[in-house]
Every structure is written in structure tokens, then in C-alpha cells.
Design a protein around this ligand. Structure first.
Ligand code: ZN
Length: 298
């Protein structure tokens, strides 16, 4: 078993590390786990979603500002962070959707785009990796591409025949998908808001969102991290161009989140260790043996 546990999150844009899995990240950092966030693109084509930051001087310098925002979030979360260096594809809007811009991340061949990630996996040697599901969590082309390169890197990093120039082989033991915005969580938040006599921001969305038990069953692992929700909020707010403090992210009070849904949720999709489902820990099956002994056993 291992002494220092290492966790690698692969994300598409700066801010994704703060909107998906940030509280469980902060908890693992507090417990001594080394966490590396790999950010595939610079987020250069992200729209400015905070009216206070929607200014020409911000727009002109958006690439540099997003790097500074990421630096601030990295400090708040206590993580390491690296850029993969690809260019944001932007979210194609319109019907029909316009073609993706030349040279963007989502147009790169997967095999080529996975190469720098394999190099980082072999250098950082994570025990656990996370990424998005096959739909990207939401259908941004960079999120779907992030899924593809992460799965490709997880499968290739331990194989000495693959990417022989990218360092010594290292096989991460578990791969998870984030499930941050699933219906069950939204229902719980909605019901707690109503119970408190507060206006839920989710009423309309839930009317259209039909239950899908098959999808709900995909969550295998719920990591308790309510204590770290304030850290998650702070990290999100560090991405000032992307997050409106008056917007929907903060329409539900912190203590409603803590009470109604105190976990962040994941789906275990690859595992080379034994752990029984459901889990409450991304490192289930990887802890040192003595940590797993029942009380009273020396
Ligand atoms: Zn994103």
C-alpha cells in the first residue's frame, strides 16, 4: 500500500476545478493528499459571465486574467496546477452551430492531444484520476475532448509500448467521472429551499428534467465534504470573470447545500484495486493496510 496518496483532476478550463469536485479536493488536501489539477485549455474563449467584469479592458486581456484567476484558485484550494497548453474551442452557439475555430483543443487528434497528459501522469504518478463522463458533464466540445484525452492517458500511461518518449510507465489505479449536477442533488436542494420557505431557483428546471434511474445509478462514490463548501465558494469566486456573485451559483445558501447534499459525487469507471461499492472515498482500496483494520486490532 502507499504512503503519500496522489490525486489528479483533469479539467477543460480554468474554473472547472472550482465548480466540480473542489470541496472534496480541499478535504483531501487537508488530509495530506497531493492534488494536481491539469487544465487542458487557457479558457481564452470563455464568455464573461459576471456583469461587473464585462468591460473592454477585461476582454482585451482575458487570457492573462484567466491565468491570474487560476493562480488565486490554486492557492485557495492548496493544489498544484499545470496547463496542458491547448486553445479553448469556445461553445458553438447558433442553429446550425458554427464550425469550431482552427487549431482549437476539440479539433486535435486524441492520440496527439493525450501525449502531454501521459507525460504528466508519468511524472506526477497519481493513484487516482478524475475527468468528465462521455458527454462532458455538459456538452462543451472541450469537456468532451477532456474526457477523451483523460481516458486515453489513463489507459496508455502504464503501457511501456505507448508514448515511449513520455517518461517511465505509471499506471493510476482508479479512474472516476465527476457527477456534480445530477437530478437527485438538485431535487434535494430544491426541497430543502421549499422547506425553509425560500424560493428555489430550480423549480422550472426540475419540471423539465425527467427522472432517469439508470443515470442516477451511475454515482458509485459520495465523498463527504460539507465542511469544505466555504472553500469551494471562495475558489469559485476567484474566477471573477466566470462567476457572478449575484448569479445562480450562489442562489442557494451555503447551509442549505451543507444540509441537503453534503457530498460530492463520482462514478468509478476503471479500478485496478478491490473496493466495494458504494464507496465514500476516492482512495478506497488504496489506503495503508493498518488504516483499514477494525478497532482493537493491532
Ligand atoms: Zn469548462
Amino acid at each position: 500500500m502507499v504512503d503519500t496518496l496522489r490525486l489528479m483532476h483533469v479539467h477543460a478550463h480554468p474554473d472547472d476545478e472550482s465548480s466540480k469536485g473542489a470541496a472534496s479536493t480541499a478535504r483531501y488536501v487537508a488530509e495530506g493528499v497531493e492534488v494536481l489539477v491539469v487544465t487542458c485549455t487557457g479558457g481564452e474563449r470563455g464568455s464573461i459571465l459576471n456583469p461587473n467584469m464585462d468591460r473592454p479592458d477585461v476582454l482585451e486581456n482575458i487570457g492573462r486574467i484567466r491565468i491570474q484567476e487560476m493562480d488565486a484558485a490554486r492557492e485557495i484550494l492548496g493544489i498544484q496546477q499545470e496547463w496542458l497548453g491547448f486553445v479553448d474551442s469556445g461553445f458553438p452557439e447558433g442553429d446550425p452551430a458554427p464550425p469550431l475555430p482552427d487549431g482549437c483543443f476539440a479539433l486535435e487528434p486524441v492520440e496527439k492531444a493525450a501525449a502531454p497528459l501521459v507525460e504528466i501522469v508519468r511524472r506526477f504518478r497519481p493513484h487516482v484520476m478524475t475527468t468528465y463522463d462521455e458527454n462532458g458533464g455538459y456538452p462543451h466540445p472541450d469537456h468532451i475532448m477532456c474526457h477523451k484525452v483523460s481516458v486515453a492517458a489513463f489507459d496508455a500511461a502504464g503501457d511501456p509500448g505507448m508514448y515511449p518518449d513520455a517518461g517511465l510507465p505509471w499506471q493510476p489505479k482508479k479512474l472516476y467521472y465527476h457527477h456534480s449536477f445530477h437530478r437527485q442533488r438538485l431535487v434535494a436542494l430544491h426541497e430543502e429551499m421549499e422547506r425553509r420557505g425560500l424560493t428555489s431557483p430550480y423549480a422550472e428546471r426540475l419540471q423539465e428534467w425527467k427522472p432517469n434511474p439508470e443515470w442516477d445509478r451511475r454515482v458509485t462514490t459520495r465523498v463527504e465534504c460539507a465542511e469544505y463548501f466555504p472553500t469551494r465558494d471562495k475558489a469559485l469566486l476567484a474566477h471573477a470573470t466566470q462567476i457572478d456573485p449575484e448569479g445562480p451559483w450562489f442562489a442557494v445558501p451555503l447551509d442549505v447545500h451543507q444540509q441537503a447534499w453534503p457530498t460530492e459525487d463520482y462514478e468509478l469507471v476503471r479500478s485496478l484495486v478491490d473496493s466495494s461499492l458504494p464507496e465514500d472515498d476516492l482512495f478506497a482500496g488504496l489506503r495503508r493496510a493498518e488504516d483499514d483494520l477494525p478497532t482493537g486490532v493491532q
